[in-house]
Design a binder for this molecule. Structure first.
Ligand code: SAH
Ligand code: SF4
Ligand code: F3S
Length: 483
């Protein structure tokens, strides 16, 4: 039994639920555990759970927290959607993310008819939209629980309330009340972990729904972050990914303000942590101090995701990005001057309202000048409630698709050239496990995030080893262990 299990075990359910967090949740976890134990006994089998995660690293991390709570309640995890408890952790950043969830729900209805034990929960960003919750509560009555992004930590309480009330529970908060620390979490990998350093976003880029569904920017205290990283390190984690929608504005609103660069320094000072990554950097807030910290510190991975969104200053302005094409390019120059080996990746939106062929060519020009290692390209998707939803789009669907195709082609050509340029080098690789093809090869990541497959054995998983990059296969490498 670990420490947390002991605490939960010692709770007296004869007393009323405490008000303070996280003790309140421990209480409901224990209640949930009683239910799960009793049902398992009656059914003569384990109860299984499955979490389907859509969207970004924030959701991935939230799902690990959900998994931690479910595991403490006694559910056994399975990948399959044939589970006794299924959670969809949703994303709504673009319309197609949204559509996927409704697709899955259709299937779930049938599965639930066959398994009366089955519980279905919907959570995450989509649930923070009023019209979605209205649709679910009207047309998807078989859903058991609906909650949002601010109360993920309350899963056990929501579950108990569903069991006790016998009807659908909907619990959505407009914004976060507090940052609750010290709840269980299960890691997807034993040797690497995401760590939230902040929640929400204050930037209100005009196309983006994230500030509306994730609330205002809140930074965690550096002490709590460092303590979590130290705990993870003691537990075998060697790579940490610091997570926030805009890590460069970390700490500005804390009672004792601290810069992101300073936080990075402190994380790197933890001896057992060997690699540090972070996501995402907003170009407007990337400081020279941060560039220096990256340059000085070899633990920080040589990879920077720096979303440009558009190369046209006019469009950047309409997007409320608060930088220009020139200032972005100057920033890239400053970064490359101090950290020449860094791999740069980006996000680009094509077809933002008002984008002309000329604006698009400015984007192509930035792609040409920066030479990104990879770029994630998106066609603009209108999100209800954002300022851009009310803007006119002068371009046709066909024009936008044509721009998108041209951009994608060029981005891939450059990416291929970039990837092949390191052929023959020997680089450290964090070994993540055997690859999915089942050919017995190990798979791992370079500091710059490129994947490498190479022969090796199970004992190497979780270690950082030197691997020679022998053959470039497009976006990944085949390699062999170096002495
Ligand atoms: N906080 C991060 C991005 C989070 S969303 C940042 O500021 O960089 C991830 C990406 O989705 C964005 O960078 C953007 O390129 C894309 N995106 C966001 N809203 C979009 C929309 N309405 N249509 C198309 N792409 C969008
Ligand atoms: Fe969205 Fe902009 Fe915030 Fe990123 S910085 S999450 S794109 S509003
Ligand atoms: Fe999607 Fe929410 Fe992330 S909308 S991209 S899961 S913050």
């Amino acid at each position: 039994m670990n420490d947390l299990e002991k605490v939960i075990d010692g709770i007296d359910l004869g007393l009323p639920a405490p008000f303070a967090e996280p003790e309140r949740q421990y209480y409901f976890i224990k209640k949930g555990r009683e239910y799960v134990t009793a049902r398992s006994k009656e059914l003569g089998r384990d109860l299984t759970c499955s979490i389907q995660t859509f969207g970004c690293q924030m959701n991935v991390r939230d799902s690990e927290k959900l998994a931690g709570i479910l595991e403490q309640m006694g559910y056994v995890r399975t990948e399959s959607e044939h589970a006794d408890f299924i959670i969809y952790n949703t994303c709504t950043v673009r319309e197609n993310a949204n559509r996927k969830v409704y697709g899955h729900l259709g299937l779930m209805k049938h599965l639930k008819e066959k398994n009366p034990e089955m519980k279905i929960a919907l959570c995450g960003c989509m649930m923070q939209e009023q019209h979605v919750v209205t649709t679910i509560s009207k047309s998807y009555r078989f859903v058991d629980m609906v909650f949002g992004t601010h109360n993920v930590y309350k899963l056990a309480e929501i579950f108990v309330s569903r069991i006790e009330s016998g009807s659908m529970v909907i619990d959505i908060w407009k914004d976060a009340k507090e940052v609750v620390e010290d709840l269980p979490a299960v890691r997807e990998f034993p040797f690497k972990s995401g760590v939230n350093i902040m929640f929400g976003c204050n930037n209100f880029c005009t196309y983006c729904i994230v500030p509306y569904v994730r609330g205002r920017e809140r930074s965690r205290n550096p002490e709590d972050i460092i303590a979590e990283c130290e705990r993870l390190a003691d537990d075998g984690v060697v790579e940490i990914m610091l997570l926030g929608q805009n890590v460069n504005s970390y700490g500005k609103n804390l009672e004792h303000p601290i810069t992101f660069a300073e936080l990075l320094r402190r994380v790197c000072a933890i001896e057992k942590i060997q690699r540090v990554r972070f996501m995402t950097s907003h170009p407007k807030d990337l400081s020279d101090e941060l560039i220096d910290v990256i340059a000085e510190n070899q633990k920080i991975c040589r990879h920077l995701h720096l979303p440009v969104q558009s190369g046209s200053t006019k469009i950047l302005n309409a997007m409320n990005r608060r930088y220009t094409k020139e200032s972005y390019l100057a920033l890239v120059d400053r970064i490359r001057a101090k950290v020449p080996e860094i791999s740069l990746t980006t996000d680009i939106i094509v077809g933002f309202p008002g984008e002309t062929e000329e604006d698009f060519l400015e984007t192509m020009d930035v792609v040409e000048k920066v030479q990104y290692d990879t770029a994630f390209t998106f066609i603009y998707s209108k999100r209800t409630g954002t300022p851009a939803a009310g803007m006119e789009n002068g371009s046709t669907k066909e024009e936008i698709q044509d721009r998108y195709n041209r951009l994608l082609r060029r981005v891939q050509e450059i990416s291929d050239v970039k990837t092949i340029a390191i052929k023959g080098q020997t680089q450290p690789v964090l070994v993540e496990g055997f690859d999915e093809k089942g050919d017995g090869l190990l798979t791992g990541r370079l500091s710059n995030n490129i994947l490498v497959h190479f022969p090796g054995c199970a004992e190497m998983v979780g270690k950082i080893l030197n691997v020679k990059l022998v053959e470039c296969k497009g976006f990944y490498y085949m390699g062999e262990l170096a002495e």
